[in-house]
Design a protein around this ligand. Structure first.
Ligand code: SF4
Length: 196
């Protein structure tokens, strides 16, 4: 099956309709030759409603504070393939926050995307995504070092959600030291010097 056929199948996927109790909206973005493949956990409600990945407070922190790149650079398909364990917003949990991403989506679709996208760098976002791809490693160890996944350089990030504030406060060296290193790697792969 070609990459375009897989993309079409993901766009039409409704496997979780019954589980979610609403119409799933698969959201992902990019092409086979995108330079960076970014794998997060699942779209937020705002992303579900707008159809644009990382168009929410998490995305603002990720794009403008950590990567320090413009939307034009982030949403350029030559630059980023943006996907997640679950391609659809999984609904709100009755006790707060979002439901966990259904891993059946990652097993069915993400595995195919990883196989087909010819990226140079992986960026993995959030503890759930890290555990799925690096089941034996400690999340904190992964964040503070460069890793290899599928034979390619890989960065693991904490989730940039404002709800993660306690983690950022208890790990100040992440934003002070690790983020500048990560930004350098991102700019290097994209061949840019950031926002002028
Ligand atoms: S989350 Fe994944 S498996 Fe479920 S409906 Fe969306 S695309 Fe399909």
């Amino acid at each position: 099956m070609s990459f375009q056929e897989i993309k079409k199948q993901i766009e039409m996927c409704q496997d979780c309709r019954q589980k979610f109790g609403f119409t799933p909206v698969p959201i992902f973005h990019g092409k086979e030759q995108s330079k960076i493949m970014q794998i997060s956990q699942a779209p937020s409600k705002k992303v579900h409603e707008t159809g644009r990945p990382f168009n929410d407070p998490s995305g603002a922190k990720l794009k403008y504070q950590w990567y320090q790149i413009t939307d034009d650079i982030f949403y350029n398909e030559d630059n980023f393939y943006i996907t997640a364990l679950a391609h659809c917003f999984p609904g709100k949990h009755p006790k707060g926050g979002d439901n966990p991403p259904p891993l059946a989506c990652a097993n069915k679709w993400l595995a195919k995307e990883i196989e087909m996208v010819d990226n140079q760098l992986y960026i993995i976002i959030g503890a759930r995504a890290a555990k799925y791809l690096f089941p034996k490693d400690s999340f904190e160890d992964l964040i503070f070092k460069n890793s290899l996944f599928n034979g390619k350089p890989t960065i693991v990030l904490p989730h940039p959600s404002p709800l993660n504030i306690r983690w950022f406060k208890s790990h100040p060296s992440f934003e002070e030291k690790r983020v500048p290193e990560i930004r350098e790697m991102v700019w290097d792969v994209l061949g840019i010097k950031g926002i002028d």
